[in-house]
Design a binder for this molecule. Structure first.
Ligand code: G6P
Length: 611
């Protein structure tokens, strides 16, 4: 992961870099650092821990200069301490490098550099790059960077400054994203567009293998073959809306509360406020191929993969097309059988998850049709997939996805219904009925949120808050909700949690049930409701502590539970949109009661840009 920002201009580089790092912290927060050139003096400051520690160290002791690079780290090679924080310097201290990615042949390169007498200061793979650039430097920094990139294997984006270069900064990308921002008398390099949007809207998306050389008033790019190239300058129209907490104690809680309006806005955008017509303009490039479609493979990671499971059930239920759901990290290294009539559907909030990006590229290389359900416009997947359906969730800052997830669910529902209409599985009147049911969901989500106090009071009970283990179970659509509920609680509370298909309980997990095991049962009314009640009876008989997610008025379900979170009754295909809310709130309030860092849980990052 890691976030990179570079500045060449005439303003105070330190402040611009810090502002950029603040926006990039979602990519990692193990340490942060910067290198600033003041005339010919290169100064470096870095700190372990959150960006706030770097800011503290600069207060009253700032780094002057108007050219510099900054970095926020998610540790891959080497523990997250100050020595391993970026930037890394060449042995003579003249070259500073920040890096996002992994140098896969770092240990071989390190051995050969050590054999030449180089003494390494850190345990990182990045330091190898600083020494390699120095080894190749013969008066031309871009050329030295190009040679370094040829020698280093793996996916990476780097930004380099060097003493004695007269205000020049070099960036290079291969496999990891890097953009250039063109300002008025100032230039930027960054891992993503929002980092620099407060200063310019004119950006260049660097392509694979590009090396850019920036001066405050000039940008030169060499392509992968080393030839000078002009890249398209894009005027970015999307909003950088500096994400603020707006009175909420955490971004996660704010984002939970935003869900009804995000989903409602999305449905209104794509299906209006009445009728049976869906308009998904992003899908137009695929329409011809969609007619002959006979299989969909959904590829995603993390929470987006859970959305993919709901997507499978939705598409099979409404459009009657067979769907498989794959984790991107498995799909991309597998040897899948895909034919011309297979659509590869990528689901991703960020549009930058390394495994999902590579899965998409792999599918494209074999001429398969790719569609992305994606939130971040301008992201790698949004730009490279054959077609994109935007979820319009706005910036999601909390590492644990909330509105990113539910906006994926509503987009998948719209996609499934649209496909059903196009394939004549549902007629317009049926579509109209289903769309009206979907349009009713945001109000129901609002009702779920209004019941948050009941969830908070329950989450604070020692039996749940202090549990060492917990289990989430469900069937059908409830199974997907169980997986997502389990991930939410696990990632922000650090409690060991498993999500299981309820029907599998008897094949092992029921052995874990004791009176110390909270079991969260997704038991909303649907075709498998009675089967869920049987599961709950079996858990109750063994003393398990049951929290039920139960439909309003379901007294039989509620009676089996120690605690209940009621949700309005809705059609099963849309039930994950409602179940998500008490599950997210439960995870949030447990984690908060335990004093966890809810928005930035340990060891995680929002955007996983390394494999
Ligand atoms: C990380 C995030 C998750 C997210 C996953 C996939 O693990 O912490 O919240 O679900 O990446 O990210 P994507 O941006 O591809 O949806």
């Amino acid at each position: 992961m890691c976030g990179i920002v570079g500045y060449a201009g005439s303003a105070y580089a330190q402040d611009i870099i810090l502002d950029g790092l603040k926006r990039l912290e979602y990519r990692g927060y193990d340490s942060a650092g910067m290198a600033v050139l003041d005339g010919d003096r290169l100064q470096v400051r870095k700190r372990a821990g959150k960006l706030a520690r770097l800011v503290e160290s600069l207060t009253g002791n700032s780094l002057p200069g108007s050219l510099g690079v900054g970095h926020t780290r998610w540790a891959t090679h080497g523990e997250p301490n100050e020595t391993n924080a970026h930037p890394h310097l060449s042995a003579d201290g003249r070259i500073a490098v920040v890096h996002n990615g992994i140098v896969e042949n770092a240990s071989q390169l390190r051995h050969s550099l050590e054999a030449e007498g180089i003494v390494f200061r850190s345990g990182t793979d990045t330091e190898v790059l600083a020494h390699l650039i120095a080894r190749h430097y013969a008066g031309n920094l871009p050329e030295a960077v190009a040679r370094c990139m040829r020698e280093a294997e793996g996916a990476m984006a780097i930004c380099v400054v060097m003493q004695g270069q007269g205000g020049l900064m070099v960036g290079a990308r291969r496999g990891s994203p890097l953009i250039v921002g063109l300002g008025d008398g100032e230039m930027f390099i960054a891992s993503d567009v929002p980092t620099i949007l407060s200063r310019t809207r004119r950006v260049i998306y660097l392509e694979e293998g590009d090396i850019c050389t920036l001066r405050r008033d000039r940008c030169d790019i060499l392509d992968a073959a080393g030839a000078p190239v002009e890249r398209l300058v894009v005027e970015v129209t999307f909003d950088s809306a500096a994400a603020e907490k707006e009175g909420y104690p955490h971004f996660m809680l704010k984002e939970i509360h935003q869900q009804p309006s995000v989903v409602s806005h999305q449905i209104l955008t794509y299906a209006g406020d009445r009728g049976g017509h869906i308009s998904l303009p992003g899908l137009i490039p695929l329409y011809e191929r969609m007619e002959s479609l006979n299989r969909i493979v959904i590829v995603a990671c993390g929470t987006a993969w859970h959305a993919g499971i709901v997507g499978k059930y939705l598409i099979e239920r409404f459009a009657r097309v067979p769907v498989e759901v794959e984790m991107a990290s498995e799909f991309r290294y597998g040897d899948r059988v895909l034919d011309d009539r297979t659509l590869v559907l990528l689901i991703t909030q960020s549009g930058e998850t390394a495994d999902t990006v590579e899965a998409m590229r792999m599918a494209k290389r074999s001429a398969r049709c790719t569609l992305a359900i994606v939130n971040v416009e301008g992201s790698t997947i949004a730009r490279e997939a054959d077609a994109a359906l935007f979820t319009h969730a706005g910036p999601e800052v909390g590492v644990a996805s909330t509105k990113g997830y539910t906006s994926q669910l509503s987009a998948l529902a719209l996609f499934a219904l649209d496909l059903a209409g196009k394939r004549n599985v549902l007629c317009e009147e049926e579509l109209c009925v289903w769309l009206d049911r979907l349009r009713a969901i945001p109000d129901m989500m609002e009702r779920c949120i209004s019941r948050r106090d009941a969830v908070r009071n329950c989450a604070r009970k020692p039996v749940y808050r202090d549990a060492l283990h917990a289990m989430f179970i469900g069937r059908g659509f409830g199974y997907a909700s169980a997986l997502e509920g389990a991930l939410k609680l696990k990632e922000i509370s650090y409690i060991h949690v498993e999500g299981y298909a309820a029907g599998e309980m008897k094949h092992g997990p029921i052995a874990l049930v004791t009176d110390a095991l909270p079991v969260i049962c997704i038991a909303t009314r649907d075709a498998v409701h009675s089967k869920m009640l049987s599961n709950m009876q079996e858990i109750k008989a063994r003393g398990g502590q049951i929290i039920g997610i139960v439909s309003d008025g379901d007294t039989a379900g509620a009676e089996l539970c120690n605690d209940v979170f009621f949700v309005p009754e809705c059609p099963a295909p849309f039930s994950p949109l409602l179940a998500a809310i008490p599950l997210q709130l439960f995870a949030y309030y447990v984690a908060d009661a335990l004093g966890r860092d809810v928005d930035q849980p340990r060891n995680l990052a929002k955007s996983v840009t390394v494999e």
